[in-house]
Design a protein around this ligand. Structure first.
Ligand SMILES: Cc1ncc(COP(=O)(O)O)c(C=O)c1O
Length: 374
């Protein structure tokens, strides 16, 4: 029975979470997964220097953290050729999306995203009473022109676009993003989620002072620090300053700040992660092909494999993989839900996946035939 003292908005919300975590799934199934390939983490881990920095910081964990993330923000500013005032650091992109929506969206305000795009953004919009408008993917890509057209129609405050995209891993080049930006309606803000930017050919050339855009980046993917919860946004100074009014000032723990700072300085580690991810992407595509399936070309650290059927078929494959101790996820919306989404693993992880996939596909085919007979 829900607590009746919460606001009418909260009472109207479904008790849904955007993602059920793999630990929860392991507890439910009563066994650990052998290969953790569902959350687009970096199985290659963080830089050893980041680990050492976090270990050193843990001895001082009795101190509150630097509430301004001063050193990290300055290092990020230098890396990105902007001033520290163009950057806000927060508890992952997920945390920053929550702050941004709180800053921009009043109950009833329109927000535009793609149907099946990153669901945590939608969760925040709903939680602040915004109204979500969704446009379909085109050829497994988020469709910038369609997003802008819908934003104009509904008078959107925010337009969300992940480039590269999760769950399909597809990518638009900088020219496509800047062309779309030129059609962003007045009064709207483009939220450019670049969680996977380190795996893509190049970021879109947009100045940090451009008032139409805020970009979101993270240490969870290429830097292998998903558990530390560090993200940052780059945007125009007046907008970034607004975060100071509402953010959780002591939300960035000391060890996480130290780890992120060491991680950006270890460019050699990042380069070898990028190389291992590229190898793993090829291997996932090869495994798909070996099973008579196609995969979607990816600019991320995961690959979507087209299972060759509908969403029910792909879900049955996913469940078959879970029975074989392999954790993967899949897109939510049709027709992208014909796919399973496989994170780039180590060679050992991918060997386990390769061994499990034929059986999971055979189970799904047998179940499909049984359904057809019923
Ligand atoms: C598109 C996208 N944005 C944001 C995130 C979450 O980033 P963070 O760990 O920084 O909250 C993810 C994680 O999967 C993602 O795929």
């Amino acid at each position: 029975m829900p607590d009746k003292r919460t606001t009418p908005l909260i009472q109207s919300l479904p008790a849904a979470v955007p993602f059920v975590g793999p630990e929860t799934m392991e507890r439910r199934r009563g066994a650990p997964f052998a290969a953790r390939l569902g959350a687009n983490e970096s199985v290659f881990g963080p830089s050893p220097r980041a680990i050492a920095a976090m270990q050193a910081a843990s001895a001082e964990i009795w101190k509150y953290p630097d509430s301004t993330s001063y050193e990290l923000r300055h290092a990020l500013a230098e890396q990105n050729g902007v001033t520290p005032d163009h950057i806000v650091v927060g508890e992952g992109i997920d945390g920053l999306l929550g702050y941004l929506v709180r800053l921009m969206v009043a109950p009833g305000d329109a927000v535009v995203t793609s149907d099946g795009a990153y669901p945590t953004f939608n969760y925040h919009v709903t939680g602040y009473g915004g109204t979500l408008h969704k446009v379909p993917y085109t050829d497994d890509h988020e469709d910038p022109a369609a997003l802008m057209a819908r934003a104009a129609e509904v008078g959107a405050k925010l337009v969300y676009l992940a480039n590269p995209d999760n769950p399909m891993g597809t990518w638009h080049d900088g020219a496509a993003i800047t062309a779309a930006l030129d059609t962003l309606p007045d009064g709207a803000l483009l939220v450019l989620d670049e969680a996977y930017v380190e795996f893509a050919p190049a970021p879109a050339p947009i100045g940090a002072d451009d008032p139409r855009v805020i970009r979101m980046r993270t240490f969870s993917k290429a830097h292998g620090l998903a558990g530390a919860r560090v993200g940052y946004a780059i945007g125009p100074v007046p907008l970034i300053a607004e975060f100071e009014k509402i953010r959780n000032h002591f939300g960035m723990n000391r060890a996480a700040q130290a780890g992120a700072l060491a991680a950006i300085r270890d460019t050699a580690w990042l380069a070898q992660v990028q190389a291992q991810v590229a190898t793993a992407r090829d291997e996932i595509a090869r495994i798909a092909l070996e099973n008579g399936l196609t995969s979607v070309p990816s600019a991320t650290n995961f690959v979507s494999i087209d299972c060759g059927g509908d969403g029910d078929f792909a879900r049955t494959v996913l469940e078959g993989l879970a029975r074989r101790d392999i954790f993967v996820r899949m897109p939510f919306a049709a027709p992208q839900n014909r796919c399973i989404r496989v994170s780039c693993g180590t060679p050992d992880d991918l060997a386990l996946f390769a061994a499990a996939l034929p059986g999971a596909l055979a189970d799904a085919e047998a179940e499909g035939l049984a359904d057809a007979r019923a």
